[in-house]
Design a protein around this ligand. Structure first.
Ligand code: SF4
Length: 351
């Protein structure tokens, strides 16, 4: 199965995932969940940035109790992340979690798992089974080592426990901090089931390295047609995760309603400061949710030709700049007039 239209569709609150729905952006709060004010503040910031589903850690009774207010006031459906405690899982669900992330294998014995599964079914919410390299059962580690096979077998073992108890709305993730291992695990997993997949590279690192690892890992899977939700894990403000996830979806051609700015790297032919204008234009177009392509190019020799598909472009030269649409020049301005003239055209196009 390498086609996201064929995964089972499930709902996290009012947000659909799987079954060919658009790929949703997830993130996770970094506040103490029980600090309702701070947590809601961060959820609000994530929502504004474009996050569609948010996960919170439920580590103790205070966190589980806070779920009631969070679920009532959050603009996003909340996934409660629980380890080891069936009581916390049940409390989080009863207090309004739209989804839980658990691994049945570490929630307790048969009786405890059944208690949680019954609660999941009664509240008609989905569950994510998340295997990562740190949570692989020892039997699979002994058999397969820290490998894609071990991750997949561990995830499917946990899924099997839920299936036997009649839970059907399941999403799965198989994350590692190694990009090749993560990608191989998802590819293997996709051939074994049609549950919706939550993609991510775990412990990806701080911003720069984390974004690159996530873009390569998540992006390569998305381009193969896999993935129903994504999370970019960064050791940073989670709002940065959302921006990065949005950019990955755009780069993969899965989000089109935005203004793309293309600019050349410049070379020895460049005779003006096109880089400064490219940065300014990139900031300017951010709020516009409209499909358009804008080009800022270093030279008039190659610029209009290299950016032939741009709706509006500018290319600099020694004596001035050329403004062009779809590769066709329509105005020549001096270097001093270039910025003002270009922004005038840009505003006209976007507004
Ligand atoms: S558009 Fe011109 S300045 Fe930019 S990389 Fe191409 S040749 Fe060089």
């Amino acid at each position: 199965m390498t086609d996201r239209s064929k995964t089972r569709k499930i709902f996290v609150g009012g947000v659909a995932m799987g079954g060919g729905e658009s790929v949703k952006i997830q993130s996770m709060t970094t506040t103490k969940t029980a600090d309702v004010e701070k947590t809601l503040g961060q959820i609000g910031a994530l929502f504004t940035a474009g996050c569609e589903i948010v996960r919170v850690a439920v580590a103790d009774e205070a966190d589980a109790a806070a779920m009631k207010t969070l679920a009532a006031k959050s603009p996003l459906p909340i996934v409660a992340d629980i380890h080891f405690s069936p009581a916390l899982a049940v409390a989080a669900i009863e207090n309004g979690a739209s989804k839980v992330r658990i691994n049945p294998g570490n929630i307790g014995g048969e009786k405890e798992i059944k208690l949680v599964a019954d609660c999941i079914k009664a509240h008609k919410i989905p569950v994510r089974v998340g295997a990562n390299t740190g949570s692989i059962e020892s039997s699979f580690l002994a058999r397969y080592g820290r490998s894609a096979e071990a991750l997949v077998e561990s995830a499917l073992y946990n899924v099997g426990i839920l299936e036997k108890l009649g839970v059907e709305d399941i999403a799965i993730s198989v994350k590692a901090s190694s990009v090749p291992l993560t990608v191989n695990a998802y590819l293997l997993l996709a051939n074994r089931c049609n549950y919706p997949l939550h993609l991510g590279v775990t412990e990806a690192g701080t911003t720069e390295a984390g974004i690159v690892k996530s873009a390569v890992g998540i992006g390569s899977l998305l381009l193969r047609g896999l993935g129903d939700t994504i999370r970019v894990s960064l050791t940073d403000d989670p709002v940065q995760e959302v921006y990065a996830a949005e950019n990955i979806l755009r780069a993969c051609g899965l989000k089109e309603e935005y203004v793309e700015v293309i600019s050349c790297p410049t070379c020895g032919r460049c005779e003006w400061d096109g880089m400064a204008l490219a940065r300014e234009v990139t900031e300017f177009v951010k709020p516009y949710k409209k499909k358009a392509k804008i080009a800022v190019m270093g030279c008039v020799v190659n610029g209009p030709g290299e950016a032939k598909d741009a709706d509006l472009g500018i290319a600099g030269g020694k004596g001035g700049c050329l403004l062009f649409k779809k590769g066709e020049p329509f105005k020549k301005v001096s270097l001093a007039e270039a910025r003002t003239a270009f922004f005038e055209e840009l505003k006209g196009l976007l507004e």
